[in-house]
Design a protein around this ligand. Structure first.
Ligand SMILES: Nc1ncnc2c1ncn2[C@@H]1O[C@H](COP(=O)(O)OP(=O)(O)OP(=O)(O)O)[C@@H](O)[C@H]1O
Ligand SMILES: [Mg+2]
Length: 154
């Protein structure tokens, strides 16, 4: 049976590096009704940060322009968060290759190619797709500890 949607949120921000910390804090705040653990929030923030950084650095090539928009859409369905981070930037020609550990198109040594791997390990599910009309959509899901499990100390 499908889980019941209890809340949704959508925001658009320009792809500027100062918005990375804002974006991860906003998504974390959106989940506060679930009373998440410190570890859960920390993992979520790290994953969101990696996805948003990719938009700033790769999709929009560090232009830092107000015209380059990132959309972050969140949905809470009972204890499960879905967060969708999309851009209209350059897109990824080979998504499977881009998701391999240590794969990066930045050759100056500034990037380690571990962003998608981090997102995969800190969230329960991640999928990457081409955005309609160009760009990339990263969809991530995380299941939070249920209230009942916390009470029983698990
Ligand atoms: N939103 C995006 N738009 C365009 N290309 C992207 C996007 N996200 C990722 N990529 C491409 O996928 C590659 C792998 O991304 P990943 O985040 O795993 O590593 P990285 O960003 O290169 O390095 P790191 O995240 O470790 O700093 C990038 O080098 C880039 O070519
Ligand atoms: Mg990255």
């Amino acid at each position: 049976m499908n889980k019941k949607i209890i809340n949704t949120m959508s925001m658009t921000i320009p792809a500027k590096s100062e918005n990375e910390s804002f974006a991860r804090a906003a998504v974390a705040a959106f989940c506060s009704s679930l009373d998440p653990t410190v570890d859960e929030i920390s993992d979520l923030k790290t994953a969101v940060s990696e996805a948003v950084t990719n938009c700033v650095v790769h999709a929009y090539q560090k232009r830092q322009s107000n015209d380059d928009i990132i959309t972050i859409a969140c949905e809470l369905a009972e204890d499960m968060l879905t967060v969708k981070i999309s851009d209209h930037g350059v897109g990824i020609p080979d998504i499977k290759q881009a998701m391999q550990p240590f794969y990066t198109t930045v050759k100056d040594g500034e990037r380690s190619g571990m962003g998608f791997t981090v997102m995969q390990s800190f969230m329960d599910k991640i999928s990457v797709n081409n955005n309609e009309g160009g760009g990339t959509v990263v969809t991530m899901q995380k299941n939070f500890t249920k209230e009942a499990e916390k009470v029983s100390g698990e």
